[in-house]
Design a protein around this ligand. Structure first.
Ligand code: NAD
Ligand code: DAU
Length: 340
């Protein structure tokens, strides 16, 4: 495994993964294949282009375009694919599910067909803890059945099931990781942490859904990338690995942590109408990936501290996004008149 194609590599986690892998492995070449949707941003890879230009290439393309996918694999002599490409925001999946089903299900199928046709060494699917559905008690294990509740999680589950099908039916060498909520540099400010941090910097309200008691396992993005690397090199083909800290934080506590780090008042919290079908809690059993030797380098407290600092120091990255027409329209549609 030396020539990786990272689909969705211009997004949040994908770009962190590309940087991590090129820094760690001097012998690797990476081609990022990305459609550059609103969430894809070449600014995320600016330093990668500068520091690793000789081992990095970018191809603008859609994972649903089978001919373009195959051309990129052929041209860059790709031996393995790591698939991050997806429509990823739960709230948008409630507004416009089509794109989720198209990219997250059909796009995965296109990539699996290409992996089969080229006899790739590995196809890795980056999945999510959301496929288990909300878990009010206990922890989800990789063998648990899936109880998806949003168009996003249902689409991701469809992608996972196709991966297992291609492994079982065609021996495509598949691995899957199911990660919990990532936070860190380059996350599009529609997701709660970058949204709240950047709003708080500007003394704008933080729209907290419902009573704020929902829980997420917020993990630092580079730890997640390291976990994917561990599975790529030590994971067993055909296996699924949960990937997270394994400890949950209530949204209200995450919000207080952000405000405290920034020295901003709690009066900035604006309770708003809850997300329809809002999953109350995700909780992963992470013993399987820990048995491979992986463990997170950041606690929640360290992850949120580093994340807040990055947004404070990198206004050049998020201000143009937040002042753009697309973002402004989305924000209005999503939050206007939602106060309770
Ligand atoms: P993101 O929204 O920041 O980035 C998605 C990337 O995929 C963008 O660069 C976008 O341009 C690209 N893309 C979208 N549709 C495409 C298409 N049809 N063809 C090619 N490229 C396309 O997402 P993220 O938060 O970095 O998530 C990456 C992956 O990790 C997703 O598969 C997501 O389901 C999974 N995941 C995310 C989290 C999280 O907390 N963010 C947690 C667990 C798993
Ligand atoms: O669990 C992994 C998943 O985490 C990934 O698969 C998804 O791609 C990613 O978007 C994320 O999904 P969530 O729905 O958990 O993330 P989000 O940042 O949208 O919301 C986190 C929590 O914060 C959730 O309980 C809803 C709440 N929230 C969110 C927003 C956007 C608010 O209270 N206010 C908000 O404005």
């Amino acid at each position: 495994m030396q020539n990786l194609m990272v689909t969705g590599g211009a997004g949040f986690i994908g770009s962190n993964f590309v940087r991590y892998m090129l820094q760690k492995y001097a012998g690797y070449r990476i081609v990022v294949y990305d459609k550059l949707t609103y969430a894809g941003n070449l600014d995320n890879l600016k330093d990668v282009q500068r520091d690793f230009g000789a081992r990095y290439a970018f191809v603008h393309g859609d994972v649903c375009d089978a001919a373009a996918v195959r051309a990129a694999i052929h041209q860059h002599q790709v031996d393995s694919v790591v698939n991050f490409a997806a429509a990823t925001h739960v709230d948008r999946s409630l507004m416009e599910p089509d794109e989720f089903i198209r990219t997250d299900v059909f796009g995965t199928h296109v990539l699996l067909e290409a992996a089969k046709a080229f006899g790739l060494e590995r196809y890795h699917q980056v999945s999510t803890d959301e496929v288990y559905g909300e878990v009010l008690e206990g922890r989800s294990r990789e063998t648990d059945s899936l109880h998806t509740r949003s168009p996003y999680s249902a689409s991701k589950a469809g992608g996972d099931m196709l991966c297992i099908a291609y492994y079982t039916s065609f021996d495509v060498p598949v691995t899957i990781t199911r990660g919990s909520n990532n936070i860190g540099p380059y996350q599009y400010p529609e997701k709660v942490v970058p949204l709240f941090v950047t709003n708080a910097i500007d003394d704008q309200p933080l729209p907290l859904y419902g009573d704020g008691s929902q829980m997420r396992d917020y993990q630092y993005v580079v730890d997640h990338c390291e976990g994917i690397d561990v599975v790529l090199h030590q994971g067993e083909i055909g296996e699924i690995y949960n990937l997270g800290i394994g400890a949950e934080t209530r949204n209200i506590d995450m919000t207080h942590a952000i405000l405290d780090i920034l020295g901003k008042p709690r009066s900035l919290i604006q309770p708003v109408k809850d997300r329809p079908g809002h999953d109350r809690r995700y909780a992963l059993d992470v013993s399987k990936i820990r048995a491979l030797g992986w463990e997170p380098n950041h606690s929640f407290e360290e992850a949120i501290e580093d994340t807040v600092r990055w947004y404070v120091e990198n206004e050049w990255w998020w201000r143009p996004i937040k002042s753009g027409v697309h973002y402004q329209q989305y924000y209005q549609q999503q939050y206007q008149g939602r106060e309770v």
